[in-house]
Design a binder for this molecule. Structure first.
Ligand SMILES: [Zn+2]
Length: 121
């Protein structure tokens, strides 16, 4: 199984799969070959609860082709509770900033063609 499908399976279960450097502990979200901090090639999986708060976001009102049916939605950046990691994802039904104050509690609820799906908690 590729790292990517493992990541997707984790997201579908509401979790984030990260790669933790065995030497310095630095966490990486994407599949990496060298630690960006210390250069080590040794990693282990680290699973985090996909729960946190909205750090920032961009509301999409003019969607790319194929995504029209989802508008309005927001491309959100969520700060996870259990780590310093921030993850980006899709949140539907967001039309104006009043719909989503920064700091809103949110959680990962799935993964599909939109990427990581994040919903208000
Ligand atoms: Zn490292």
């Amino acid at each position: 199984m590729s790292a990517k499908s493992e990541f997707i399976d984790a997201a579908k279960a509401g979790n984030i799969l990260a790669r933790k450097c065995v030497k310095c502990g630095e966490l990486h979200l994407a599949t990496v070959y060298f630690c960006k901090k210390c250069g080590s090639k040794g990693f282990e999986d680290a699973i985090f609860n996909g729960v946190g708060s909205i750090a920032t976001y961009t509301i999409i009102t003019v969607a790319p082709a194929g995504f029209d049916k989802y508008t309005p939605y927001a491309f959100v950046i969520m700060q996870l509770d259990d780590t310093d990691l921030r993850i980006s994802g899709f949140m539907g039904g967001i039309a104006t900033p009043a719909d989503l104050p920064v700091g809103t509690r949110a959680k990962i609820t799935g993964f599909d063609e939109r990427g990581i799906i994040i919903e208000k908690q």
